[in-house]
Design a protein around this ligand. Structure first.
Ligand code: ADP
Length: 360
């Protein structure tokens, strides 16, 4: 089932507007992530999809049906929250059966469906336990099985992994993806964690201040961010942002003059900086800076360079002895991960020629 927002705005209690004229479509059978910093409007958007909140303006469609005024029950959504929200006095099996019991499904059918779902989320061995006897990851599996019990029109997950430790988060996100692919259920997943979104999503919608910044596939967002906010938000460590004046001469040869005239910032992903004598493919530019610091953290390398009074970070550079020498370092740039932005922060050029996509 696909979801469409048409000119949706929202303010709580006639206070200031939180979401501003959102227009988007969530594809049928795909996993879409709503991603952005805390307070940007992710949960509000999710609650509008679910019907827990009604918009101040605009219309919401499920396929071609206008559901703007329908509540969560009528929309048949399945929801999973950060805090699991399981019924503590019921066993795992009773928790999964509960929505079916409420819909007066026959007992034998309830049990069959609950057992199938328990199998799907790998919780079959815990059916007689109570939630308090389960780990956080197990509780979240039960919550997912319960949300899927009534074959929802759409599965909505609000930061479902936030309470889990880092390793379990990675395991569970992969499992959620597997479950989503196995069931084909249209899924919307809210997270503030860009790494999680990149790994799990078919498409990512990045929100900031209640507005869509970019909405496309994870790789397109990484390779062709639409603006400085997106470029900084996606990717770890963060991109380097350098006044273009520091490198304008070198770029004059590779950037069309009208773009060079408008551009004010050069944006460089840390892994796109390589040593000048590296055999790797690069743009025909070369720079020089003073090496400030080189550190290794396990598989990560962090080299800090003073480039025309800007401290920049490079993670694609390492050679033996680099740590010990405070010297000049010559570097060049890979043809990916290099962008130019205008004073408004809009990205107007990418070295890879990747088209900047806002919606597709
Ligand atoms: P996110 O999920 O991205 O962290 P939310 O959608 O929860 O953000 O919140 C977006 C904005 O709406 C925030 O500024 C938040 O303070 C405000 N907000 C959320 N819920 C309410 C509410 N019930 N009443 C008033 N303001 C709210």
């Amino acid at each position: 089932m696909k979801v469409r927002f048409e000119n949706i705005s929202l303010n709580y209690d006639n206070q200031k507007e939180i979401l501003h004229n959102l227009n988007f479509e969530i594809s049928n059978g795909k996993l879409t992530c709503l991603l952005g910093p805390s307070g940007c409007g992710k949960s509000t958007t999710l609650n509008l999809i679910s019907g827990l909140l009604l918009p101040s303006a605009g219309k919401i469609y499920f396929d071609d049906q206008d559901v703007t005024k329908k509540d969560a029950l009528a929309r048949r959504v399945g929801m999973v929250f950060q805090n699991y929200a399981l019924y503590p006095h019921m066993t795992v099996l009773e928790n999964i059966c509960f929505p079916l019991k409420m819909s007066k499904v026959k007992k034998a059918t309830q049990l069959k469906r609950a057992r199938e779902l328990a199998e799907l989320v790998h919780i079959s061995n815990e059916l007689d336990k109570h939630p308090a006897e389960l780990s956080g990851g197990q509780q979240q599996r039960v919550a997912i099985a319960r949300a899927l019990a009534k074959s929802p029109s759409i599965l909505l997950l609000d930061e479902p992994l936030s309470n889990l430790d880092a390793r379990l988060r990675v395991k569970m996100r992969d499992e959620i993806r597997k479950i989503q692919l196995a069931t084909g259920v249209t899924t919307v997943f809210v997270t503030h964690d860009q790494d999680e979104a990149i790994h799990i999503a078919d498409k990512i919608m990045i929100l900031n201040n209640g507005k869509i910044q970019q909405y496309t596939t994870p790789n397109k967002i990484y390779d062709a961010p639409s603006n400085l906010f997106v470029a900084k938000f996606i990717g770890n460590p963060e991109v380097n942002v350098i006044p273009l004046a520091a490198a304008k001469d070198q770029f004059a040869g590779i950037v069309p003059p009208e773009i060079l005239k408008e551009a004010t910032s050069l944006i460089v992903r840390p892994e796109s900086i390589i040593l000048a004598d590296s055999p790797e493919e690069s743009l025909p530019v070369e720079f020089q800076g003073k090496l400030l610091k080189a550190d290794r953290f396990g598989k990560e390398i962090a080299v800090k360079i003073n480039f025309q009074e800007n401290e920049i970070l490079a993670t694609g550079i390492f050679k033996a002895g680099l740590e010990s020498k405070a010297e000049l370092i010559r570097f060049k740039l890979k043809p990916v991960g290099i962008f130019l932005s205008n004073p408004a922060g809009k990205i107007i050029w990418s070295a890879s020629g990747e088209r900047i996509i806002n919606n597709d």
